[in-house]
Design a protein around this ligand. Structure first.
Ligand SMILES: Cc1cc2nc3c(=O)[nH]c(=O)nc-3n(C[C@H](O)[C@H](O)[C@H](O)COP(=O)(O)OP(=O)(O)OC[C@H]3O[C@@H](n4cnc5c(N)ncnc54)[C@H](O)[C@@H]3O)c2cc1C
Length: 429
């Protein structure tokens, strides 16, 4: 059996979003050998996702150029971390091969994913996440002339609406669950972050409605209409697509697998615990960006810069960015307060609404379960293709269940990759 090739680096960074890119650029002048791994085809992460339908902002292009300028940074796009193969070693897979990467220092910049919550009709084709809609459009999906409704909570709804509109879609409504007072209060607070205030003005949309909830989506084989509750009245709109986002959940799986401690980060979700140097509870492992709690790309950039400097021992330069991080941490705290999900969002699913869409498990089948493991073992919730990535987050929000640390592999993986890992075990024995 062939053993997966073993490579070495001083600093391994997982995730090439704003946090990972900033970490690599900060660490590069040390001369350390740096490897940046990301499963997307190009660096940029969620916010700067590239594709035929995307236009990259200057900040993203500059960071990409900076990565390319440093000969000691190697970017491995289209590559996933699939398992922890040994102490200070991770198993990676790309389209062609598997590699074991031995590292001296590791920075986790694995970002966040959308919190998708179940409601009647959410499994119909044409219903996506709000960020999911953005990703599809950036990847080239045509939406010109399509009638789209966007619902959920937070500024990502406005960003998704702007992307859809720029691609020629007709955005009928942006239904925000937060109250008018909360949204106005958030808008007023943006004077402390003038760049964000300008962004808010450019994203302002006449179809934005506060105190609005999604009730259901109707359609025979795909989305035909959506029902919304706005204050006391219910309205129905004919549309072709519905995009929903209820906030973000930090991507902590790899951190959990490596033994990093977690901290509550609002809405019942958890994030990787870090100290002032972005160090996790495990020696030599740092974390930055939205895997440590969500709060926007500016916070991710500041945290990534600090983590990059700290990982190569440049404590002075790391300290110089603490005030900037504090400024964006305050923004994140304000964001969480203003767009906190109202308790009645838990009432969206009906007894027959599927919570686990991979294994067809309805809400009613879960109501008597004592926790995530019980639901998994006795109802098959989370046992399907997504391995609980969608329904696990939903169950955490709906029932307060905390899923345990994931077991390897982190994502579906080729047999040959696992065989290479087994070969590694045999070689060690
Ligand atoms: C779907 C979505 C859309 C968003 N759109 C916007 C937007 O339009 N505007 C905005 O202001 N904010 C947006 N956000 C918020 C945005 O994520 C952040 O503000 C910013 O991108 C965070 O940067 P980051 O570096 O922490 O993480 P990210 O940008 O999320 O980068 C993390 C990277 O790590 C990679 N990764 C994770 N795990 C692995 C693994 N095991 N192996 C290999 N690679 C891995 C991911 O593919 C990703 O590229 C979006 C978030 C999501 C989830």
């Amino acid at each position: 059996m062939s053993v997966a090739a073993l490579e070495h680096c001083d600093l391994l960074i997982v995730g090439a979003g704003p946090a990972g890119m900033a970490a690599a650029v900060a660490a590069a002048p040390s001369g350390a050998s740096i490897v940046v791994i990301d499963d997307n085809p190009a660096p940029g992460g969620q916010i700067w996702r590239d594709g035929p339908g995307a236009t990259l902002p200057t900040a993203a292009r500059k960071l990409r150029e900076a990565l390319a300028r440093h000969a000691n940074i190697r970017v491995c796009s289209g590559t996933r971390i699939v398992a922890v193969s040994a102490h200070h070693e991770l198993l990676l897979e790309d389209a062609e091969r598997a590699t074991r990467m031995h590292w001296k220092k590791l920075i986790l910049c694995t970002g966040a994913r959308e919190l998708l919550l179940p409601f009647p009709g959410w499994t119909l084709p044409g219903v996506t996440g709000a960020g999911g809609l953005q990703a599809l459009i950036k990847a080239g999906m045509p939406v010109e002339g399509e009638r789209i409704v966007i619902a959920g909570s937070g500024p990502l709804l406005l960003a998704a609406a702007a992307t859809a509109r720029a691609a020629g879609a007709k955005v009928l409504c942006i239904a925000e669950q937060a109250s008018f007072a909360s949204v106005v209060g958030f808008g007023a607070s943006l004077l402390r972050w003038p760049g964000k205030a300008v962004q808010a003005v450019t994203l302002a949309d006449p179809q934005y409605r506060t105190s609005s909830r999604i009730v259901s989506v109707q359609g025979a084989t795909q989305v035909e209409s959506v029902r919304l509750r706005q204050g006391d009245r219910e309205i129905e709109m004919a549309c072709a697509r519905v995009a929903c986002g209820f906030g973000l959940t930090p991507n902590t799986q790899l951190g959990q697998m490596l033994g990093c401690a977690l901290t509550p980060a609002g809405f019942g979700v958890q994030a990787i615990t870090v100290d002032t140097r972005q160090a996790t509870s495990v020696p030599d492992i740092y974390a930055a960006g939205e895997c440590t709690g969500f709060g926007g790309s500016e916070r991710a950039l500041a945290q990534g810069t600090i983590a990059g400097y700290a990982a190569v021992g440049n404590e002075r330069a790391a300290k110089a960015h603490e005030a900037e991080r504090a400024r964006w941490n305050a923004f994140a705290a304000r964001l969480h307060r203003s767009f906190a999900l109202a308790p009645d969002i838990r009432q969206m699913p009906q007894p027959d609404t599927l919570v686990c869409r991979c294994e067809d498990v309805p809400l009613s089948a879960l109501s008597n379960c004592s926790g995530w493991t019980d639901a998994k073992l006795h109802r098959r919730c989370g046992m399907g293709a997504c391995q609980g990535r969608v329904c696990g987050d939903a169950a955490q929000f709906l029932f307060g269940w905390t899923p345990p640390a994931p077991r390897p592999p982190l994502s579906p993986v080729r047999i040959a990759t696992l065989a290479g890992l087994a070969g590694n075990e045999e070689a060690r024995q």
